[in-house]
Design a protein around this ligand. Structure first.
Ligand SMILES: [Zn+2]
Ligand SMILES: [Zn+2]
Length: 403
């Protein structure tokens, strides 16, 4: 049986998150907040999930560019791997810097910076849209003669390092501070303090920041405030993913003239209309004061996240064994659950409709896997009963979840 061993990255990263949590708790450091951590992990789950469907396309892009536009053709040797490592890091620096300076790119990178906490769970806050944009930047690599298998391998290795710089538990690292991006450097990058804004874009090497004038050292007396300069204050999965894109469109609509509208897309994030966020929050009924979520609610969400993490692990591990229909249905099931978790934490009443959709998806997967008359009968009967008792079920469910 062909297994995808990359699935083991999930328990490995979870292990480090748990370890960091236990050490922080032991040291009585308030580095973890339950809802923030769940929101962070949920963003990561969606990315890993959608990655299953996009990895092939990314490989195809690198391979296509190599075969048609490569200037050089190297035989991979140790020297070329080293050059590729440096080159990948250099491109990352410029991708990351532009992601902070250009509205259209910030719309996908902003998700990484929304957390008010700073710990290993924040490293999971990468979206599939960011992966797509990054691929555009990395498509330069095959032009310089690096093959698709080389690039994909390098991106895997290169992608491991940044996870470990998302921590407050590690102080400064002596001489390594001169060469590598350290936790201290990356804390500065995630800060919303005026003095720290738009600094330390590097991924593995800090040399690029020093070279291009964006380096800033963590100062003793300057306590870091993490997150966006204008905090989002929402756990909604969808709002976290799309709020800036909507703010951008809102600003473009307010701007007169086609040329000026287009310029908004490429301008710096501070050009966004100051009232964009509040106008959209009002439109979508966000920011209602709902008070802290009850303990029971948190437990319910925690079980759901544990469940989908398990599902995702098995899904990636046995990826090649499932027919496409099951893959798509299971992916939808996980995505609906993620939206659901955010909505539960936000204490939204409409989550019952999502729960209903989720159950139907689950039944659909059963039917695809067991296409027998008895399972069909069971599903049709179950769905009919659910439709007939819809109102009662809804009342019972909302009472159960929100007391
Ligand atoms: Zn950033
Ligand atoms: Zn980061």
């Amino acid at each position: 049986m062909q297994l995808n061993y990359l699935a083991f990255a999930i328990p490995l990263f979870l292990f480090f998150m748990l370890l960091e949590y236990l050490v922080a708790r032991h040291k009585r450091k308030p580095y973890f907040n339950f809802t923030n951590s769940v929101a962070n992990i949920n963003v990561g789950i969606a990315e890993r999930l959608l990655d299953i469907f996009t990895t092939g396309a990314f490989y195809f892009v690198y391979d296509y560019v190599y075969r048609h536009y490569a200037i050089f053709h190297f035989k991979p040797g140790i020297f070329h791997w080293l050059v590729l490592w440096l080159f990948t890091d250099f491109i990352w620096y410029w991708y990351h810097r532009l992601a902070h300076e250009v509205n259209m790119l910030w719309a996908v990178h902003v998700v990484h910076h929304q957390s008010d906490d700073f710990n290993y769970t924040v490293a999971a806050r990468i979206t599939v849209f960011q992966a797509i944009v990054r691929t555009g930047f990395w498509a330069v690599l095959p032009v310089f003669g690096f093959t698709a298998p080389m690039i994909v391998t390098m991106l895997l290795i290169h992608g491991l390092y940044p996870f470990f710089v998302h921590t407050q538990l590690i102080g400064k690292l002596g001489f390594l501070e001169y060469i590598l991006v350290t936790p201290s450097h990356h804390r500065v990058h995630h800060a919303s303090n005026e003095a720290y804004l738009d600094k330390n874009y590097g991924d593995v090497f800090i040399i690029w920041d020093k070279l291009f004038g964006t380096f800033c050292e963590e100062q003793e007396g300057e306590e870091i405030v993490y997150g966006l300069t204008e905090p989002l204050g929402s756990h909604s999965f969808l709002w976290q993913h799309f709020h800036f894109l909507l703010e951008l469109l809102y600003t473009a609509r307010q701007t007169k003239g086609l040329w000026n509208k287009l310029k908004v897309l490429f301008a710096k994030p501070e050009t966004i209309a100051p009232d964009a966020r509040s106008a959209l929050e009002q439109k979508f009924g966000l920011r209602q004061n709902k008070g802290p979520a009850p303990e029971k609610l948190n437990r319910y969400v925690l079980w759901q996240v544990a469940g989908i993490l398990m599902l995702l692990f098995l899904f990636i591990l046995f990826e090649s064994q499932f027919p496409l229909m099951v893959q798509v249905a299971a992916a939808l099931l996980i995505l609906v659950t993620l939206i659901n978790c955010g909505a539960i934490l936000e204490q939204r009443k409409w989550i019952f409709y999502l729960e209903f959709t989720r159950c139907l998806l689950l039944l659909l997967i059963v039917l695809i896997y067991l296409p027998t008359i008895s399972s069909l009968l069971f599903i049709v009967l179950g769905s009919l009963l659910a439709v007939v008792y819809f109102k009662e079920l809804q009342r019972y469910y909302l009472q159960w979840v929100y007391s």
